[in-house]
Design a protein around this ligand. Structure first.
Ligand SMILES: O=c1ccn([C@@H]2O[C@H](COP(=O)(O)O)[C@@H](O)[C@H]2O)c(=O)[nH]1
Length: 231
């Protein structure tokens, strides 16, 4: 049985939009939302405090990638925000990831981005000059993430089965790039439907535009949640 609600990507430019969006939901509906770079740079820690004060869970998606000492120091700040989940880029290396974990001091679950779901194999080869397959690269990053002691990775649902068999079944696979059948894909390259993501073993799905840009975001959310829960 699926216990994790779809994570809604609140890709908004400020607090007003967040309030307008969240106010559409029933007061008793406990959501899991993602605060990314745009919103955090615009509204700062206050937006996290506001969302937490409503009783929702928060994934702070800042994808840190810097030298180990800088990332550790940033995580020491993040640990006081009371978020439930945060992340770094696995490409920052094992030392950076384990310093990040140290900075959080057990306060928050930490996962790492493998290859962004907007990246195709061709783009990875041409731009990052990685000459393996994209799945090999993703699995490599997942294994290094586990070696560093993190709880899991951000990946496409397309890679979940391979990652779980190369790591362990309890290693979290959080999967953006989720699109209901027929929805606009936009800049995403490695996509999957909510129901297929569930069948394949994703632990969390992240959904932004198919909910936030829907005519009725609450209805769109519940349709996606039902599909994800196999209802
Ligand atoms: O590999 C990644 C990592 C993060 N994301 C984030 O998820 C959402 C997806 O939004 P959609 O509108 O559903 O495409 C967005 O905030 C990304 O920053 C990702 O897509 N892929």
């Amino acid at each position: 049985m699926i216990e994790n609600r779809p994570v809604i990507a609140l890709d908004f430019s400020g607090m007003t939009e967040v309030k307008t969006f969240l106010e559409q939901f029933d007061k008793d509906e406990r959501l899991y939302v993602k605060v990314g770079m745009e919103l955090f740079y615009a509204a700062g820690p206050d937006v996290v405090k506001y969302i937490k004060s409503l009783g929702h869970d928060v994934f702070l998606d800042l994808k840190l990638h810097d030298i180990p000492n800088t990332v550790k120091s940033a995580m020491k700040v993040i640990r006081h925000l009371g978020v439930d989940l945060t992340n770094v880029h696995a490409a920052g290396g094992v030392e950076m990831m384990s310093e990040a974990l140290d900075g959080l001091a057990g306060s928050t679950k930490l996962i790492a981005v493998t290859q962004l779901t907007s990246t195709s194999e061709q783009q990875m080869r041409d731009f990052q000059n990685i000459q393996t397959s994209l799945t090999e690269s993703v699995v490599h990053y997942a294994q290094k993430t586990q070696e560093a002691g993190l709880a899991g990775v951000v990946c496409s649902a397309q890679e979940v089965e391979l990652i779980k068999s190369a790591t362990s079944s309890d290693f979290i696979c959080l999967t953006p790039g989720i699109r209901p059948a027929g929805a606009a894909v936009g800049d995403q390259k490695r996509v999957m439907t909510p129901s297929r993501a569930r069948q394949i073993g994703s632990d969390f799905i992240v959904v932004g535009r198919p909910i936030t840009q829907a005519e009725n975001p609450v209805t769109a959310y519940h349709l996606i949640k039902n599909e994800w829960e196999g209802k």
